[in-house]
Design a protein around this ligand. Structure first.
Ligand SMILES: O=C(CO)[C@H](O)[C@H](O)COP(=O)(O)O
Length: 231
């Protein structure tokens, strides 16, 4: 990762944190861009600028990071929804549709997104894409039972589906105890229809198409930080 891209990630996250207000419940996203937002929220909390803010983490890993940074946390047991969620993306369009799941937290991230009043995606400009799937594979989280059937299903939909593995060669297992198939399509065709097909498939626990969920994005690049909105 170049220093430049890292700086853009930082700038995008900083711009998003401007939307956090005292007393808010903030959905805390997963990944190397969202971590900058976490650190800034922690810094502002420490300086008394964000009194009463509580984090609703998008994964156990983020819960651990936020706890280490001193951000008070809440859960769905105590909170119905996040006022604002700041989260990264692997690929996104000008209209804030996104592919997520590069970090393996897509299921829990989607739960938090679906229970957020406002969502701001944060990304560096290299993640912008005219058409989803052009830049990265689509992560599909599948039950371990019969996972090969889901691979065949994805192949029948036109994807090259690869089981995500650890460096050791062992399958990567999500925090929720599932496998991930990284599915590369030549073209996803009708993305909304694909999303529906995956939603309806037993054994597909979640997929990385986040369509119509995010309200806005902050995308940083050589020209500064752009604000995108769903419209
Ligand atoms: O969806 C995600 C994790 O499941 C991340 O938000 C996504 O992979 C972006 O991560 P990064 O900011 O590190 O590129």
């Amino acid at each position: 990762m170049s220093d430049e891209v890292e700086r853009y990630k930082y700038e995008a996250a900083m711009a998003a944190v401007e939307a956090v207000r005292p007393g808010m419940v903030v959905g805390l996203g997963h990944g190397s861009t969202a971590i900058h937002a976490l650190r800034e929220i922690a810094r502002r909390l420490k300086h008394g600028e964000l009194h009463g803010v509580q984090g609703l983490p998008c994964s156990d890993h983020v819960a651990w990071q936020a706890h280490a940074l001193g951000i008070p946390l809440t859960t769905f047991e105590r909170t119905a929804a996040a006022d604002l969620t700041i989260d990264g993306a692997d690929e996104l369009t000008e209209f804030c549709d996104a592919i997520k799941g590069g970090g393996g937290a897509l299921l829990t991230e989607k739960i938090v997104h679906q229970n957020s009043r406002r969502i701001i995606l944060v990304a560096d400009h290299t993640k912008l894409s005219a058409r989803l799937g052009g830049r990265c594979a689509l992560p599909v989280e599948v039950a371990i039972f019969g996972w090969q059937a889901q691979r065949r299903f994805m192949e029948a939909l036109g994807a090259e589906a690869v089981l995500r593995t650890e460096d050791s060669g062992e399958p990567f297992v999500t925090e929720q105890g599932h496998y991930i198939l990284d599915c590369r399509f030549e073209s996803m065709g009708d993305i909304a229809a694909l999303s529906k097909k995956l939603d309806g498939r037993a054994g597909v626990m979640e997929h990385g198409l986040f369509l119509g969920l995010a309200h806005e994005a902050r995308v940083a690049g050589p020209e500064g930080v752009r604000t995108l909105s769903r419209g």
